[in-house]
Design a protein around this ligand. Structure first.
Ligand code: ADP
Length: 541
């Protein structure tokens, strides 16, 4: 027997419609790439998104067409999200920090029809044009007076094409499983692969991520996604914010500590989200200038492990709760968030510290298990670690155009992460499977070793990789960037590990460098670091 409830489809356009009807005067504030601040409301964003649908239709865009973006977080990028998906075309967000050859590969692989770009990417676009013959037109996301002078054929002006249209457009409804947006993984191994989200997966993810033990979004929050809209849809915040009626602040390209601090204060930001590198920049800025944050209550840190020292610094020096979160492009991205359970609130500070370094508990909708080398499910005892597998309605079942073939194992998606899960459901990543250090047949977690190193007062950033060893196969090598004006020796750092981990996990050597390589999404690039240190050998062995 079927239930008697309506089967209304879950549509992305419904989010902006809802925000307009219920939060018409709630603001979206953007720092623009050309300078200055733009300020309007959900009502205005809804109106302009519908004008943009008409503009896309006038350009001949049809359902299923891919529309690329090379853009920072701004109100215009927000409008593109809604207009493109809302007319059943597909928003393809492209990471402008990738190499131009990777970008043209992605544009051609996705068959992008039009590309919308911020004017500060005009030179990049000019270089891309000859390699992207399938693109019919390039839309500069600016006003007529700000148009770039670069040699770009079929160049259009965003504000002109929007202004030419009326907002007399009614959103249509269609199958909720229709593709809505496309995001390529950064391709740390092989060519980038596309993850194709649907209206259903996007709306369910927006619900799930809003929960109090998720990101805790509400109509009382002012949310600033530092994480770019080209990095897994800014972790879904441009959908969760209108679902809840939260004020949205878009930082444009200005992601340094000083710019973020100023914007947080000016707009009364209560919650923000980004990768650890961003927060390192903010912390250093605030510490060097003696600044505080007066309205921020929560920072979501994910994309890489949040070092415990960072979590502690925000909590103890600034009274800000860090929500340590884990996910991936293939998961829309949210999988787990770390919040305490009621029974944990009374624990000692040390016991709580041990909990909050973990990546957290699955939000409802995400199922997780860890498996051993023969695919056997391992116990959730917080000790056994194995390959982390996930499944759920916002987790991909395969890649765009079936790249990579069948990726699921018995209906589960293999994350490529190695993790433990404890009896309370808290998952902890010990490593990416390719970063695990294999020493004498045993595994050493590079993340654990990095977390300890960055807790040293003289260390700004640290990476640990496995370097070849004649006896043990691999041994941990610690690579450190010192804080400006601080000093520490190799011996002091090695001593710093005493009593914090099993003796045999201690790094065998320390190298000091001026900087560490990062990926296009701002994470430590172990791949590049291993490449840089290819010729490194431990001495005296
Ligand atoms: P990529 O970095 O390959 O572009 P994603 O941005 O989707 O892809 O990154 C997903 C990966 O990032 C995860 O599989 C995991 O290895 C890592 N990651 C994400 N969040 C965390 C976290 N909180 N702690 C440790 N690793 C994390």
């Amino acid at each position: 027997m079927q239930g008697s409830m309506m089967t209304r489809p879950l549509m992305i356009s419904a989010l902006i419609q809802h925000a307009d009807q219920n939060h018409a005067d709630t603001e979206i504030v953007s720092r623009l790439p050309v300078g200055g601040t733009h300020r309007y409301t959900y009502h205005d964003a809804h109106r302009r998104s519908r004008q943009l649908v008409r503009a896309l239709l006038a350009l001949g865009v049809k359902a299923t067409d891919r529309i690329g973006t090379l853009a920072w977080n701004t109100h215009r990028h927000f409008e593109i999200y809604y207009a493109v998906s809302g007319m059943a075309a597909i928003t393809h967000t492209i990471n402008p920090r990738l190499f131009p050859e990777q970008i043209s590969y992605i544009v051609n692989h996705a068959d992008d029809r039009f590309i919308f770009f911020d004017v500060n990417f005009a030179a990049l676009v000019e270089a891309l044009v000859p390699h992207c013959p399938g693109v019919k037109g390039w839309v500069a996301m600016c006003a007529a007076s700000e148009m770039p002078a670069n040699a770009i054929p079929n160049l259009l002006c965003y504000e002109d094409i929007v202004a030419a249209q009326s907002d007399d457009y009614e959103w249509t409804e269609f199958d909720e499983n229709t593709a809505s947006s496309l995001c390529y993984t950064s391709g740390t191994t092989g060519n980038p692969k596309g993850v194709l989200y649907s209206h259903r997966s996007t709306v369910l993810h927006a619900y799930g991520s809003s929960l109090p033990d998720g990101l805790g979004c509400s109509a009382r929050e002012c949310i600033l996604p530092v994480v770019p809209m080209f990095h897994v849809n800014a972790w879904g915040l441009p959908y969760a914010a209108p679902l809840n009626g939260a004020k949205l602040v878009m930082p444009g390209p200005h992601l340094d500590g000083a710019s973020l601090h100023a914007l947080f204060e000016e707009e009364g930001v209560t919650m923000s989200a980004g990768v650890p590198t961003i927060w390192l920049g903010l912390l250093q800025h605030m510490q060097s200038k003696g600044l505080k944050l007066s309205t921020v209550k929560r920072l979501v840190i994910g994309g890489s492990a949040a070092p415990p020292a960072m979590i502690k610094a925000f909590d103890e020096q600034y009274g800000i709760t860090v929500l340590h979160a884990w996910g991936m492009t293939e998961m829309s991205p949210l999988g787990t968030v770390n919040t305490y359970k009621q029974k944990q609130l009374a624990l000692s500070a040390a016991e709580k510290d041990a909990i909050r370094v973990k990546q957290g508990r699955a939000i409802f909708g995400v199922e997780m298990k860890i498996v051993g080398s023969n695919g056997e499910t391992l116990p959730r005892d917080g000790k056994a670690f194995g390959d982390l597998m996930v499944r759920g309605p916002w987790i991909t079942g395969g890649y765009f155009k079936n790249e990579g073939g069948d990726v699921l194992v018995d209906g589960w998606f293999p994350t490529g992460d190695v993790a433990t899960i404890d009896p309370d459901g808290f998952m902890q990543i010990t490593d990416r499977s390719k970063d695990v250090i294999k020493s004498g047949g045993e595994w050493i977690s590079s993340i654990d070793l990095e977390n300890i190193a960055v807790a040293h007062p003289a260390v700004a950033e640290a990476a640990v990789i496995g370097a070849p060893h004649p006896k043990w196969d691999e041994r941990p090598l610690l690579v450190v960037v010192k804080k400006a004006g601080q000093d520490v020796t190799k011996e002091e750092l090695i001593k710093f590990y005493d009593g914090k981990i099993a003796k045999w996990w201690t790094p065998d050597d320390v190298i000091f460098v001026d900087d560490l390589p990062h990926t296009a999404t701002g994470k430590l690039s172990k791949l590049q670091l291993r490449e840089r240190l290819r010729d490194y050998r431990f001495t005296g062995v």
